[in-house]
Design a protein around this ligand. Structure first.
Ligand code: THU
Length: 133
């Protein structure tokens, strides 16, 4: 699957966003090496702290179904932003632990911009569980 095709799946997933408060729809699509796709969108709640981002829903959904970091081929994220969507800090922290540091991450918008990046670039010098004694 090309990065454009994965971004397209993430774009379709934006339609499932439950975001009545922010009205900001985000879609994510995680591709595994054996060709499976796990979708995620942002789901909000009137208790704002309970809102969950598209990226984390896609990554957690994959892990809930047995996917491990070495199985992940790529992650696409898209929103209606001027430039490629910029994942929040919480999602970067989750990506740092659950994705390999060099796994391609495609950040897109509705204007066909696609930035190719990875955890190493999005969260350098990140905190990790290996620091815990
Ligand atoms: N959101 C995401 O889904 N991903 C991000 O990386 C940034 C923010 C969602 C959370 C909330 O539902 C809405 O966008 C506005 O912050």
């Amino acid at each position: 699957m090309t990065k454009e095709e994965l971004v397209e799946l993430a774009k379709k997933e934006m339609e499932r966003s439950y975001s009545p408060y922010s009205k900001f729809k985000v879609g994510a699509a995680l591709l595994t090496k054996d060709g499976k796709v796990y979708l995620g969108t942002n789901i909000e709640n009137a208790a704002f702290g309970l809102c969950l981002c598209a990226e984390r829903n896609a990554i957690f959904g994959a892990y809930c179904n047995g996917v491990k970091k070495e199985d992940i081929k790529a992650l696409a994220v898209i929103a209606d932003t001027d430039g490629p969507v910029s994942p929040c800090g919480s999602c970067r922290q989750v990506m740092a632990e659950l994705l390999n540091r060099d796994t391609p991450i495609y950040l897109a918008n509705l204007k066909n911009d696609i930035m190719v990046t990875n955890v190493e670039e999005l969260l350098p010098y990140s905190f990790g569980g290996e620091s815990l004694k």
